[in-house]
Unconditional design. Structure first.
Length: 86
């Protein structure tokens, strides 16, 4: 453990940020999984709703800086391609 007060604060800040980033990434993966399950079920309406929700979560992760902009765009593009292939 660090002895310097500012280092201790840095460690705590990093821990909080890491926990927040993990939660956001996990939420994104969950919504992507829900979308894939909706596509596999064959229900177009359910897949469209799941796509909108996943897209929203991806955009939120990008705005928070958890995902890079191009990564978010790639995820959304792949989801859209799966939706159109239905």
């Amino acid at each position: 453990m660090a002895n310097i007060k500012s280092s201790i604060k840095d460690i705590e800040r990093n821990r909080k940020r890491r926990m927040r980033n993990r939660a956001i990434k996990s939420r994104v993966r969950t919504y992507i999984r829900k979308f894939r399950e909706a596509v596999e079920s064959g229900d177009k309406q359910l897949a469209m709703e799941a796509y909108k929700a996943a897209q929203s979560q991806i955009d939120r992760a990008v705005s928070k800086g958890v995902l890079k902009r191009n990564t978010g765009s790639r995820y959304k593009s792949r989801l859209a391609a799966r939706l159109m292939a239905m």
